[in-house]
Design a protein around this ligand. Sequence first.
Ligand SMILES: NC(=O)c1ccc[n+]([C@@H]2O[C@H](COP(=O)([O-])OP(=O)(O)OC[C@H]3O[C@@H](n4cnc5c(N)ncnc54)[C@H](OP(=O)(O)O)[C@@H]3O)[C@@H](O)[C@H]2O)c1
Length: 210
Amino acid sequence: MKIAILGGTGSFGRAFAHRLAALGEDEVVIGSRDAVRARDAAEALGSPRVTGAANEDAVRGADLAVLAVKADGALDTARGIADALGETPLLSVASAITFEKGVGALPDSDGLSLAERIQDVVRAPVTAGLHSIAAANLDHAPPEEDALVCGDDARAKELALQVADKLVAGRALDAGPLASARALEGLTAVIVNVNRRYKAHAGVRITGVE
Ligand SMILES: NC(=O)c1ccc[n+]([C@@H]2O[C@H](COP(=O)([O-])OP(=O)(O)OC[C@H]3O[C@@H](n4cnc5c(N)ncnc54)[C@H](OP(=O)(O)O)[C@@H]3O)[C@@H](O)[C@H]2O)c1
């Protein structure tokens, strides 16, 4: 599979690419607003299966694109690559959480998830997931966590689940329609608050599912 990681120069994108490169099964293209930065990030991973390109070029010919840019740039990035992306499935890992001094991390106050708003600006089927997996937990080995993925398009969701399964030692679980991204993105605020309180890199395990 060819996987483009938009914003792959950042903490999460690099960790994601590192895990895929370690498995050696897929071709990975790290995307960036700056092609040189993308190529440098790809080179640093030292795998012939990882290359770098500007975001718009990274998605051309990909089987799956992962939107891993900073959340406040996610909508504009999606708009910018929409034509190059065409019908290629797009997996958003972004959460638009906010921080309030003295209070902590807060879920986005918008009624719709970022992923649903992204779906409004691209033709491609959008899925959302992996929000609960900390970049730091991807450094060494697949973490003992589950990866939750949601989406309305069955084929796009299967593809996203397939990739999510490569990242974790737990399970990749179908969390339902794209509207579930409201909860999955909101969960990021919960995890950030737990991390701050307990000085941890918390993850999620769903119990009761075989
Ligand atoms: N960090 C985690 O543990 C984690 C876990 C799960 C999900 N996520 C999600 O993954 C996404 C990336 O997180 P991160 O921690 O890797 O973020 P990050 O390092 O702050 O940013 C990732 C990349 O986004 C690009 N970027 C920054 N501002 C942008 C803008 N205004 N427009 C377009 N691109 C921009 C940058 O790439 P270029 O400058 O090279 O273009 C940057 O390297 C976020 O949406 C976050 O919610 C993060």
